[in-house]
Design a protein around this ligand. Structure first.
Ligand SMILES: [Zn+2]
Length: 450
């Protein structure tokens, strides 16, 4: 009897071990099989390291941005389209992070945990993007010889029309990885760039002021070209005299915003930067944005003033800032940003998790929108954007030892063209460089986007 029960015990132990191993395998299979399958040594789907069974990727205006043959990947025919959409699609060596080739590879080759590679060879997995190839090319050209980033989003639907990052390269003729690391060539600047915001940050300081300083709209701010706050001289870009809050924003007055930041205090300003969503990363169809950086711990009065003006240690991500202005345009609510079309096979899987996020209270959003509209009318010139009702804010971000970066962020308040935008020209030759690029691109939207 004893022997039998000892055997039974061994049997139980063996069965437990077997079940445990099966469970581990099943878990690994479910979570890891897509990685095994998509590994470049799998000759079913690769030829000399290049995908041979990738589905096609189309832009919203019907340009084939990527397809595959037995010889590997084939990009768009037009060279500018290739350069302008490279960071969205990805490169043959997977050097570019957060591209569709890296984030959606398993789906692109038709792999699913249930059907395995069954669908791959039948090429069912066409991915339709919300990216507009013509608009992206125009944006790429608008940057001229400068590096930078441009993104445009429909603020009512969350569809991203353009996500251009420069420098770029022709995927048909890729550079060696070591040679070009310095320029951040492989980074999508829209999703993962971090820049000093400069005066566009005054839109966030204004948000906090509108909600927490009761008499902000009846205060006046006197600017004589600069002011001493704490132990530092805060220089302004002009001599603005007596101004209301609204005028101070249109003037982008550093004196007014240095004082406002100090009325708010470290805690309140920090709270509202968080509320604006800037410091939280967003997942955009599997690509994670870099969260903006804002830190006032141990900041002096002068530091606080500079933070409210958009300098100090603050760094913002272009997509995060685009989301913030899109929410302002859309009564305070941000629809889920995405660049894979809702009706495509892929997004049906993620559709369920999409929710609009409320970033600002409707009343505050509407007032900020009015202030931004006033900026264009008073300062940037409404005639530069006929019919678009552009509501915006410029920024000049000081960068040590180089020309400042030029920003232009905002949206079209015209219902016919519900687009929010962010333009950054790095180390610009003149302060209006981003506004000029925006002029070239935004004015063409009614002709390009149908
Ligand atoms: Zn001033």
């Amino acid at each position: 009897m004893k022997r039998i029960s000892a055997r039974a015990k061994y049997l139980v132990i063996i069965m437990v071990v077997f079940l445990f191993c099966s469970a581990v395998f099943a878990k690994d299979y479910i979570t890891g099989a897509n990685q095994w399958v998509t590994y470049p040594t799998n000759q079913n789907i690769y030829y000399e390291g290049e995908l041979t069974v990738a589905g096609d990727i189309y832009s919203t205006d019907g340009v084939r941005l990527l397809s595959s043959t037995n010889q590997g990947l084939v990009y768009a025919d037009d060279a500018t389209v290739r350069l302008a959409t490279l960071h969205n699609i990805g490169d043959k060596n997977d050097a570019i992070t957060n591209s569709i080739l890296t984030t959606k590879r398993d789906m692109l080759i038709g792999y699913s945990a249930i059907n395995g590679l069954f669908e791959a060879k039948s090429k069912k997995n066409t991915i339709n993007l919300t990216i507009n190839a013509q608009l992206s090319s125009l944006a790429y050209d608008a940057l001229g010889y400068q590096d930078g980033a441009i993104a445009i989003m429909n603020y009512k639907t969350g569809e991203i029309l353009t996500m251009v990052s420069k420098p770029s390269f022709d995927p048909n003729n890729p550079p060696s990885e070591e040679a070009s690391d310095d320029d951040g060539l492989f980074i999508n600047r829209v999703l993962n760039g971090l820049y000093v915001p400069g005066s566009i940050m005054k839109l966030v300081t204004s948000y906090a002021a509108l909600e927490t300083i009761d008499d902000i709209e009846s205060q006046t701010f006197d600017c004589q070209g600069g002011i001493t706050i704490g132990d530092q001289w805060i220089e302004c870009n002009g001599v603005h005299g007596h101004q209301s809050f609204e005028q101070a924003l249109a003037n982008s007055c550093n004196v007014a915003f240095g004082l406002i930041a100090n009325q708010l205090g470290n805690d309140t300003l920090s709270t509202y930067v968080q509320k604006s969503g800037l410091t939280s990363s967003t997942n955009i169809d599997g690509a994670k944005t870099s969260a903006s950086r804002f830190n006032l711990s141990g900041a002096s009065k002068a530091d606080l003033a500079w933070a409210g003006i958009g300098q100090y240690t603050t760094l913002v991500n272009p997509m995060q800032f685009l989301e913030y202005v899109a929410a302002i345009a859309n009564d305070g609510t941000l629809p889920t940003p995405h660049y894979i079309k809702d009706d495509s096979f892929l997004s049906s899987l993620t559709q369920m998790t999409k929710t609009d996020s409320e970033i600002l209270d409707k009343r505050t959003a509407n007032r900020l929108a009015e202030l931004m509209r006033n900026n264009t009318i008073q300062t940037y010139g409404d005639y530069n954007f006929p019919g678009l009702e552009i509501s915006a804010k410029t920024g000049t971000a000081e960068v040590e030892g180089k020309n400042p970066h030029a920003w232009f962020v905002g949206f079209s308040a015209n219902e016919e063209t519900p687009y929010a935008f962010v333009f950054i020209v790095e180390n610009a030759n003149y302060t209006g460089a981003a506004t000029e690029a925006a002029k070239q691109v935004l004015n063409q939207i009614p002709n390009i986007v149908k």
